[in-house]
Ligand binder design. Structure first.
Ligand code: NAD
Length: 496
């Protein structure tokens, strides 16, 4: 009998009572190792009620006390992140070093949130009118919901909850049902760091739990990350129910390579950004846009490197792990067949690759497809796996037009040694996050993360100052204190 992963409500682990569960796989072994409880309405209400109950006290904790807890959480996370990395690898499949990498990026947001008192300072204008002062403050919203995807079970929740908590909100996190244990581990860490019960809750579940958060009147705001159709749904439903929503969606990221680029750097970057985490990253490079005559020599260098990549169990010393489920692996592999049918050239086919792992794992090796037509589904759809496409263009302008015509706008990169071209690119390109000779331009924690077009709905991005803005609302106060020396009734001591 497998262990069933439960919820974390009001400061304690709570077993699921709905009778509904979902299997959790070890993708490198290809077997179900656990089940996760899926919340019913009573459990959804219980998690929101715990967060609502904890809110007034947590909101009124002094900045100093809040900061102390944030610092402690950061120290514990830093000490023990190896444990969390093992949990991530066992449920997601990414290699251990990459799991540690995602935790480190999440930890940066915790570190940013430790400085929250500085970011919450308001403005003060003395004598805006004679004897009248005007000042501003930002206050917490209340209960906020965070709904996260499978591909970053620690980092994506950490884009949001350190800031939500540091600004005085209470949280209900609904992690992906594919890798639900990381969230529980983080909840226990918060408790150890001294966070009052009910400030951070974990609700395991599926669409029912998401809808519950979207519709409940006590939930003030929703931060969502996932595929574009669900992001759009969450944005619309949340707005309909009067909530503040930021909903980050899918991606199809291009890398534009100009003929003057350093092709060794480009090839290394294409490999890292195309196949890291088996391509299951929203900032993965999916399409290399090669400005001719760059394509042939670049493909040669990429293939040389692909031949050296090792694929296997993420607990071993491999470059790339399995995909998250068999169903997802099969879907990703189906694009290789589509490429063949659409007349593209499959240069390296990742199906049937030799792996350092169990034969039942959800394997698909790095795949390279040349001459992909922009009308093909291989180009138009998000694949979310280790499949890198090459599209050949004749000029910089053609490349920019192609990228700007894309439906998504999460990240993009240009590789060139021409500063003028790079500067034009950053100005002209219709994408939210840009890399210049950097393939995965994920902004650091004190900047904000988010794309354009179908990659993000709502105008406020994750973390950085925009994250602080999202989790607080502003007040402007106009005040006049009469000077007691101004005549009138005065029952105090005599004045000059
Ligand atoms: P997903 O959309 O399937 O799931 C995301 C969340 O929504 C999960 O918690 C899931 O339980 C919930 N969900 C699933 N179906 C739902 C439904 N019908 N109604 C309501 N909620 C539902 O995404 P995923 O497969 O877990 O993650 C991969 C996707 O996330 C990719 O598209 C990737 O690009 C995207 N992503 C985007 C970013 C970003 O910053 N833009 C970051 C990470 C991942």
């Amino acid at each position: 009998m497998n262990q069933t992963i439960g919820h974390w409500i009001g400061g304690a682990e709570v077993a699921g009572k709905s009778g509904r569960t979902s299997p959790v796989f070890d993708p490198a072994l290809g077997v179900v190792t656990k089940d996760v409880a899926l919340a019913d309405t009573a459990e959804i209400n219980a998690a929101i009620a715990a967060a609502a109950k904890a809110f007034p006290e947590w909101r009124d904790y002094s900045q100093a006390r809040k900061q102390g807890i944030l610092f402690k959480f950061r120290e514990l996370l830093n000490e023990r992140k190896g444990e969390l990395a093992e949990i991530i690898t066992a449920e997601h499949g990414k290699v251990l070093s990459d799991a540690l990498g995602e935790i480190t990026r999440g930890q940066e947001v915790v570190e940013f949130a430790c400085g929250m008192p500085h970011l919450l300072k308001g403005f003060y204008t003395e004598n805006a009118s004679t004897g009248v002062d005007v000042y501003s403050t930002r206050q917490a919203l209340g209960v906020v919901g965070i709904i996260s995807p499978f591909n970053f079970p620690a980092m994506v929740p950490m884009w949001f909850f350190p800031i939500a908590i540091a600004t005085g909100n209470t949280v209900v996190l609904k992690p992906s049902e594919k890798d639900p244990t990381a969230a529980l581990w983080l909840a226990k860490l918060w408790k150890e760091a001294g966070l009052p019960d009910g400030v951070f809750n974990v609700l395991q579940g599926d669409k029912l739990a998401v809808d519950g958060l979207l519709e409940h009147p006590d939930v003030q705001a929703i931060s969502f990350v996932g595929s574009t159709p669900i992001a759009k749904y969450v944005y619309e439903q949340g707005a309909k129910h009067g909530k503040r929503v930021q909903a980050l969606g899918g991606a199809k990221n291009h890398m534009l390579v100009l003929p003057d680029a350093d092709l060794d750097l480009v090839a290394d970057s294409a490999i890292n950004a195309g196949f890291g985490s088996a391509g299951e990253r929203c900032m993965a490079i999916s399409v290399v846009v090669a400005v001719e005559p760059v394509a042939d020599p670049l493909i040669e260098k990429i293939v040389e490197r692909m031949n050296k990549l090792t694929v296997g169990d993420g607990r071993r010393n491999c470059d790339m792990g399995p995909l998250v489920t068999r169903e997802h692996r099969d879907k990703v592999a189906s694009y290789i067949e589509i490429a063949n049918q659409d007349g593209a050239k499959v240069v390296v086919d990742g199906r049937g690759i030799n792996v350092d792992g169990d034969a039942n794992g959800f394997w698909l090796g790095p795949t390279l497809i040349d001459n992909v037509l922009t009308s093909s589904k291989v180009y138009t759809e998000e694949i979310f796996g280790p499949v890198l496409s090459i599209v050949r263009v004749k000029s910089y302008d053609e490349g920019v037009e192609l990228i700007n015509n894309g439906a998504f706008g999460n990240g993009t990169a240009i590789f060139t040694n021409d500063g003028g071209a790079a500067r034009r690119f950053q100005n002209e390109i219709q994408v939210g996050m840009i890399g210049i000779n950097v393939p995965i331009p994920v902004p650091v924690a004190y900047y904000s993360f988010g794309g354009w077009k179908n990659s993000a709905f709502g105008d406020t991005k994750a973390h950085g100052v925009e994250g602080v803005h999202f989790y607080t609302r502003g007040k402007a106060i106009t005040s006049r204190w009469l000077d007691p020396s101004h005549g009138g009734i005065n029952l105090g001591f005599p004045q000059n």
